[in-house]
Design a protein around this ligand. Structure first.
Ligand SMILES: NC(=O)c1ccc[n+]([C@@H]2O[C@H](COP(=O)([O-])OP(=O)(O)OC[C@H]3O[C@@H](n4cnc5c(N)ncnc54)[C@H](O)[C@@H]3O)[C@@H](O)[C@H]2O)c1
Ligand SMILES: O=P(O)(O)OC[C@H](O)CO
Length: 386
């Protein structure tokens, strides 16, 4: 049964039982979105359109905003609540009157039983620390965050960070999802990754699905999350290729090699990762859209055009007006894991992206073969490891 049909059935039940003065619908979920950047704002809009329609959710969607003062001197939160628009991160789009911006993190989550996390990944450790002991006992979490942390024992996915620090079930939602396109309701797909509880995954599917946003669920949290995370490194490579004006064949080659490295790396880190996940929206589709139209690609192109003379930080600040890249830090994190294991040569694309980002190699090294630069043909070696 589709989520819409499920809810229709639920609504039917409620009407009938209301007439009988016997409510069958007892649980109403309250949703808070932690994060309000470009994707955070679009996610709030999607959710808010559904909570109005679905009887098992409270209408109001609370959105935690990392407060900032705009050039006008006004607080971003006040402007969002007055205009119903995130004028900084998603200008021109109405979020829905039932989206309430809240600058107080602890206050924004206190009544929620469904928490959607969508901030740049580097801020999540601090956010989780602040939330310990501040959320309800029965909370379910969903991470839309593409990124990971590196610990002594290996990669720590953001969903694991959330689960472990807050003691909650955490699913993920990733996909070919350039936020500005979904904001204007262009058709897209997404993948929910879940661990064991299919019912919880279906609740997330229901909360996000619209006729223009098709969501499906797969039982592979790490696979889905690693796809979303690692494609940002490949997007940097694609942007470098664009900046070097190498053309479509080269870009396609970089995408193919990148996909192989994504799969090999994911399966080496988590043996549970499924091959089929790479054919979902979170896999090959996200890789394609990011390499064609994402922010990582755009800034990497500018970096290559500057001959590597301008830093990613400088270009990010100039070109993205407060939005954040995830690919450069993810390349560093992946490199750390590869170095810990002595695997750099098995992942030449991931390795060279990091070395280019830090200025150790020139941007053109992404397509050069020499004894001093990583040899792409070795990518076959990484495939043999799995
Ligand atoms: N934008 C997209 O198209 C898109 C699509 C899918 C997934 N994602 C992923 O969603 C996540 C969030 O990205 P986004 O696009 O919503 O954000 P963004 O890059 O547009 O905006 C940056 C956000 O970080 C906030 N911020 C700045 N400093 C902070 C701090 N110290 N603590 C907490 N927050 C701070 C800003 O207020 C802003 O909300 C990322 O992991 C990204 O990869 C983005
Ligand atoms: O703009 P990017 O490069 O952060 O990519 C955006 C989304 O992840 C695409 O699905």
């Amino acid at each position: 049964m589709t989520p819409a049909a499920q809810d229709q059935k639920l609504k039917g039940k409620e009407t009938i039982s209301e007439q009988n003065n016997n409510h069958e619908v007892s649980v109403k979920y309250r949703v808070t979105v932690v994060g309000s950047g470009n994707w955070g704002s679009v996610a709030s809009k999607l959710i808010a359109s559904n909570t109005l329609k679905l009887t098992s959710f409270h209408d109001e969607v609370r959105m935690w905003v990392y407060e900032e003062i705009l050039a006008t001197g006004e607080k971003l939160t006040d402007v969002i609540n007055q205009t119903n628009e995130n004028v900084k991160y998603l200008p021109g789009i109405k979020l829905g009157k039932n989206v309430i911006a809240d600058p107080d993190l602890e206050h924004s989550v206190k009544d929620a039983n469904m928490l959607v996390f969508v901030t740049p990944h580097q801020f999540m450790e601090g956010i989780c620390k602040r939330l310990v002991g501040k959320i309800k006992g029965d909370v379910k979490a969903l991470s839309l965050i593409k990124g990971m942390e590196v610990k002594m024992e290996g990669p720590c996915m953001i969903s694991t960070l959330i689960s472990e620090q807050l003691g909650v079930n955490c699913c993920v939602l990733m996909g070919a999802n350039i936020a500005n396109e979904i904001a204007v309701e262009k058709f897209s797909e997404a993948t929910v990754g879940y661990r064991e509880d299919k019912e919880i995954a279906q609740k997330w599917v229901q909360l996000f699905s619209t006729p223009y946003f098709l969501v499906s669920a797969v039982q592979d949290v790490e696979g889905v999350e690693l796809c979303g995370t690692l494609k940002n490194v490949v997007a940097i490579a694609a942007g470098l290729v664009d900046g070097l004006e190498m053309g479509n064949n080269t870009k396609a080659a970089v995408m193919r090699i990148g996909l192989r490295e994504m799969k090999a790396f994911s399966k080496l880190m988590f043996s549970s990762v499924k091959d089929s996940t790479f054919f979902e929206s979170c896999g090959v589709a996200d890789l394609i859209t990011t390499c064609l139209g994402g922010r990582n690609r755009k800034v990497a192109e500018a970096f290559a055009r500057s001959g590597g003379k301008r830093s990613f930080d400088e270009l990010e600040a100039e070109m993205l007006q407060g939005q954040k890249l995830q690919g450069v830090s993810t390349a560093r994190e992946v490199y750390e894991l590869l170095s810990q294991r002595g695997w750099q040569e098995l992942f030449p694309l991931f390795t060279s992206v990091h070395e280019i980002c830090i200025g150790r190699l020139s941007p053109s090294a992404i397509v050069e073969y020499s004894e001093h630069t990583p040899n792409f043909s070795l990518v076959e070696g990484s495939a043999q490891l799995i």
